[in-house]
Each structure stands twice: as structure tokens, then as C-alpha cells.
Write a protein that binds this ligand. Sequence first.
Ligand code: SF4
Length: 125
Amino acid sequence: MNESSAGAGGAENYSPEVVHLYERLKSVNEKRGYFFNPDLPMTMDLIAGLITNKERYGYMCCPCRLAANDREADRDIICPCDYRTPDVEEYGACYCALYVSQEWIDGAIPHLTVPERRPPEKQGW
Ligand code: SF4
């Protein structure tokens, strides 16, 4: 069993808010075939980033991208972003590598850097 399916082992290192969001998102997304990256410190950092962005912007903007602080302009990068499905289909991981496929976890596909799929005109606020 990998860490992503074993729950937030080592959860005592993280805030209750981060652990709560981890558990909630894990339950919803695993049913759809999207698993958290088993690198727990990285995953928890990204989840903490989602919480920070929610506090900052009012919505859970991608923790790896620059937000415009405008819900409509950022709609495509509200997590899970519009690019997660094609990225996980093609690379086994989303742009941040927060969500990965079972094949990616199993090492059945290479762990490549996922290129930015967001159109250039939507970047560089
Ligand atoms: S790249 Fe991953 S973490 Fe970022 S918004 Fe998309 S699904 Fe969420």
C-alpha cells in the first residue's frame, strides 16, 4: 500500500486544516482515479498552498501558478484545473504533480516534468 492510499500517515506534522482538506479531497478524487502524489511532504505543502490561495483569493487556485485574483480569469486554474484530465491522461500527473495516476505511482510510466498546458495569453498576470 502506498502512502496516498494509506491516509495522511505522519499527519501530526501538519495542521488540522491541511489534514482535513487532504482527507476530503482524497476521498472524492480517488473514486475518480486521481490519487495524491505519495510524496507526502510535497503533497501537504501543495494542499497548504490551496488553503492559502482560498484565503487570499476566495477560491482554491492552483498552488503552482500565478493567479489574477479574478475568479473568471482564474476559472481554468481553480483546482482541479481544466488541464488535470489531459495531463494525467498523457503524463500520469497534473502540472503540480499533486494528482497522479495509479500507473504513475506504480512506476509503470516515466515521471516526466509536465509542461504547462495553459494558453500563454492566460499566463503572466
Ligand atoms: S495542476 Fe494539479 S494542483 Fe494545480 S490546479 Fe491543476 S490539478 Fe490542481
